[in-house]
Ligand binder design. Structure first.
Ligand code: SF4
Ligand code: SF4
Length: 301
């Protein structure tokens, strides 16, 4: 199908294919130690390659559009060759501003030297209990040596607090450590202050953001794409917008308010226009790297 509507000057794509397996065993995760069948892995690989082809083709078919991509797999992608290849491939494209992936950083990192370091980035999460501090830290420090852009995150479970403090102290100051409020957990002010001391942006994560009717960039300049190319505005709204590969999604592009009561995940609410997070994370929205490394607050007594 011919293009029926121009794409915006900058399009951000959140891609999640069929992969749903992980080498870690986090107690708070449904994908812990899940395995994918060979068929699913083959389908995931083919879907990712097709998605990469589409992104590459924007240079000719939508020359006015720059693209950023965040891979948000259910599970761990970087232990699979095809995710590493996709990052290297997309990073080399002139019209790709940023390509990043959420990862537990369990795999090797040397392959990143083959990427364009001005556009590749990692959203890493440190899972104390699954990996030793030394092992995670060594990988993070190697990323620093290689010159890779990345953030480090921790889920704000009480049992993670000491490990998170230690990691914050061990990481170079320029590496941002973010903290996600644990799902379903409410924090007393004293508990929140502990996490806020580590991540000065923790207050954005502490409570879900009331979002119904508020303007959100998803559906307009930000889209969620699955392995079949089905497009939705974001990972949290199921209403289909069409398909990436037949161009049918273009008709549905446009600004509209959020249909949900609230938005509690950073990869969603970062795009809410009522928040200032495009300023806070300017130049690093998809990999969660703030424009200015925030100064941690002094620890409360
Ligand atoms: S590393 Fe991530 S995907 Fe894997 S089990 Fe832990 S939370 Fe789930
Ligand atoms: S606010 Fe969140 S749930 Fe609502 S449309 Fe935006 S990303 Fe989706």
């Amino acid at each position: 199908m011919a293009a029926t509507a121009p794409l915006p000057p900058h399009l951000t794509l959140l891609y999640r294919g069929p992969l749903a397996s992980c080498d870690y065993d986090c107690p708070y995760c449904p994908f812990a130690k899940r395995r994918d069948s060979p068929e699913t892995l083959r389908a995931d690989r083919a879907a990712l390659e097709r998605f990469g082809d589409w992104v590459e083709a924007r240079a000719d078919e939508d020359p006015g559009t720059r693209v950023s991509v965040l891979f948000t797999p259910w599970g761990e992608g970087l232990v699979r060759t095809w995710y590493r290849r996709a990052l290297a491939r997309l990073s080399a494209l002139e019209h790709v501003e940023r390509v990043a992936i959420q990862t537990n950083l369990s795999g090797r990192v040397e392959w990143l030297a083959g990427c364009d370091l001005s556009s590749v980035a990692l959203w890493t999460t440190y899972h104390p209990g699954q990996v030793t501090r030394e092992r995670f830290l060594a990988k993070a420090l190697r990323l620093v040596e290689l010159g890779v852009r990345f953030s480090v995150g921790v889920v704000g479970e009480p049992g993670h607090l000491e490990a998170a403090r230690r990691m914050r102290a061990d990481l170079p100051e320029e590496v941002y450590l973010w903290v996600n409020a644990a799902e379903g957990r409410t924090y007393t002010d004293a508990e929140a202050a502990d996490w806020q001391a580590l991540d000065p942006h923790f207050h954005y994560s502490r409570h879900p953001h009331a979002s119904r009717g508020l303007p959100c960039r998803t559906g307009d300049s930000v889209l969620s794409v699955d392995g079949d190319g089905n497009v939705r505005r974001c990972h949290f709204v199921d209403t289909p917008m069409g398909n990436l590969y037949d161009g049918s999604f273009r008709r549905a592009l446009g600004r509209r308010g959020c249909p949900r009561t609230d938005c509690d995940c950073h990869i969603g609410y970062v795009h809410l226009e009522s928040l200032d997070l495009y300023d806070v994370f300017r130049g690093g929205v998809v990999e969660r790297v703030p424009a200015v490394r925030p100064r941690a607050l002094p620890l409360l007594p």
